[in-house]
Design a protein. Structure first.
Length: 70
C-alpha cells in the first residue's frame, strides 16, 4: 500500500498530462485504435512502476556492505 501511495505522489506532476491524453484518445475513437490506447496505458503503467524503484546500487544491503568493508 505504501509503494502504491508513493508512486502516486511521485507522479503528481505527470498525472494531468496522462489524464488529458487519455481523455483525448477516448473522445476520438476514429483517430486512435485500441492498440494505440493499450500501448499508451502500458506506457503509463511502466512510468508509474519506474517512479518508485531505485537503482540496484542504492539498495540497503549494498550500502551496508560498503560500510562494513570500510
Amino acid at each position: 500500500m505504501l509503494r502504491f501511495l508513493l508512486s502516486i505522489l511521485l507522479n503528481l506532476k505527470n498525472g494531468p498530462s496522462f489524464i488529458s491524453t487519455m481523455r483525448k484518445m477516448t473522445k476520438h475513437p476514429e483517430k486512435y485504435s485500441e492498440r494505440d490506447k493499450y500501448a499508451y496505458a502500458l506506457k503509463i503503467v511502466h512510468r508509474l512502476k519506474r517512479a518508485y524503484t531505485f537503482p540496484p546500487k542504492y539498495t540497503a544491503w549494498r550500502i551496508y556492505q560498503k560500510r562494513v568493508a570500510m
